[in-house]
Design a protein around this ligand. Structure first.
Ligand SMILES: [Zn+2]
Length: 490
């Protein structure tokens, strides 16, 4: 949808809102009863300890609502959010996607007529990945608090962020601060599945309800190392996912008389070669700036190699040292290929006619899948084996600006709040809803604002996911400050 059509669609929404009595000027001081809380002045909004305690309660409740995807069942969580927002006089809207799956949108207005190009979107997803219950030491949906941690599926990804967004949004409403831009709260569905209830479809159906110029979402993290924040990685771009089927064909027959064209052995040989593949290093401007910033923070040895990666004499060696030091760094520097699934055979004593594997490929922004396919074909070099790029690949999106006022505000608040630790631009190796937003001209930046160790980050999508309660409260505070700094008229 082009910009003009978006503006027209929005003008229609405002007219409708006025006609139905939807609070167009939600930020005017309350004149009647029923407005809870003690209004604070904008200067006092910095004290977020009370709202952080409330937000912890919302996070507990959200964890207890099982939104494992599939099937998601986000509608129940959506209704819960509707109730929380209503308590503060915020009229949210439920956007039904598919049966049982609904997104939520709510808006604090800065003016009677919305200016979508200025609006700030706070986005988080309602669904979580499933659990392997037997591998957890606590009930994944019990929201157990133990040793200063809150345990549960979604504690970090992404119900923690959802609760923090809610806290920043509600505290802004309570402050009655005058806004210089609309602030929109959006809870999305099916982020983990990317299907018919996902942000792609949400944008297609309801873009006019949350069109914005800026967004803060998951995607980046605050990295805690040796008890203090080392840096905040602010996600400004992400890699693009593809799947490639590796298909080996041969003659089926009796396993008692094997032949050399057995597709299982041909597939295995192809995968062994693919497993050793390492794509060439390619620096995007975000990755270059990330390593420049990180080199200063790492120990002397690692820092030295980070700075040498683009030198002519030691570059190749430096790239190898850095890639070997961290799977994340390796994946930030190059396209990656990971075999993830194998299928072959119908019985123990039958040689099958076909054997298949799936390769999950993550491309750097700007790289083309054909480049990887050509490299792999050369490597496999077997007429019995064919590579097939699968449909439904991720979409390449433009990166968000590192020169914008928005990026500047996040950098400033991060540095102030984390004892001088810098914000570094981050290109995530994983996918987020931000790619779809960036394709709609949104300056989306990713920052899960909770300081977390590598050990806790690894539990996302894993067992015993948990968030330190102190980190959660700190993240609520930091996110609220970012929103106030960017959206409150000074
Ligand atoms: Zn997530």
């Amino acid at each position: 949808m082009n910009w003009n059509r978006r503006i027209q669609a929005l003008a229609g929404t405002v007219a409708l809102a006025m006609a139905t009595g939807f609070p167009v000027a939600a930020q005017v001081p309350p004149t009647g009863p029923g407005i809870p809380g003690n209004p604070v002045s904008p200067s006092q909004i910095g004290d977020t300890s009370a709202i952080a305690r409330e937000a912890q309660g919302w996070l507990v409740d959200l964890i207890k609502i099982n939104t494992s995807n599939p099937p998601g069942n986000e509608q129940i969580a959506a209704m819960y959010l509707l109730g929380v927002l209503a308590k503060d006089g915020i009229k949210a809207e439920i956007l039904d996607m598919t049966p049982g799956r609904s997104a939520v949108v709510a808006r604090l207005r800065s003016a009677a007529v919305a200016n979508p190009s200025k609006a700030l979107l706070l986005v988080a997803h309602l669904d979580t990945v499933p659990v392997e219950k037997g591998r957890w030491t606590v009930d994944p949906f019990g929201a157990v608090i133990k040793d200063g941690y809150l345990y549960g599926r979604g504690a970090i990804d992404d119900k923690g962020m959802l609760a923090a967004n809610l806290a920043a949004f509600i505290s802004l409403k309570r402050s009655m601060a005058r806004l210089n831009r609309d602030v929109i709260f959006l809870a999305t569905d099916d982020e983990e599945g990317g299907g018919d209830a996902s942000i792609r479809m949400l944008i297609a159906k309801h873009w006019d309800k949350f069109a914005a110029g800026f967004a803060i979402n998951e995607g980046g993290n605050v990295f805690l190392k040796n008890g203090k924040v080392q840096y905040a990685g602010v996600q400004a771009d992400e890699k693009v996912a593809y799947n490639i089927a590796v298909i080996a064909r041969g003659t089926s027959g009796h396993a008692s008389q094997p032949t050399k064209d057995n597709p299982v052995t041909h597939l295995a040989a192809a995968l062994a070669r693919i497993g050793n593949y390492s794509a060439p290093v390619h620096f995007t401007s975000i990755v270059r700036r990330y390593f420049e910033g990180l080199a200063v923070l790492e120990d002397d040895d690692i820092g030295k190699w980070m700075r040498s990666m683009e030198t002519t004499d030691r570059g190749e060696h430096a790239q190898r040292v850095i890639s070997d030091a961290s799977p994340l760094w390796n994946a930030m520097l190059r396209d990656t290929v990971a075999p993830t699934m194998l299928t072959a055979g119908v019985a123990n004593n039958v040689v099958p006619a076909e054997a298949r594997a799936n390769l999950n490929v993550r491309l750097l922004p700007g790289d083309l899948i054909n480049g990887v396919v050509n490299d792999l074909n050369k490597l496999v070099n077997d007429p019995q084996v064919r590579l097939e790029v699968q449909p439904n690949a991720g979409l390449a999106s433009p990166s968000s600006s590192l020169e914008s006022e928005f990026y500047g505000v996040i950098s400033k608040v991060v540095s102030q709040e984390f004892g001088g630790a810098p914000a570094l631009p981050f290109q995530s190796t994983w996918l987020t809803d931000s790619a779809q937003l960036r394709l709609h001209q949104v300056q989306a930046l990713g920052l899960v604002p909770f300081p977390l160790t590598q050990e806790d980050l690894k539990r996302m999508h894993g067992d015993d996911e948990r968030i330190p309660l102190a980190s959660f409260a700190k993240g609520v505070d930091v996110l609220s400050k970012i929103v106030v700094e960017f959206a409150v008229a000074h």
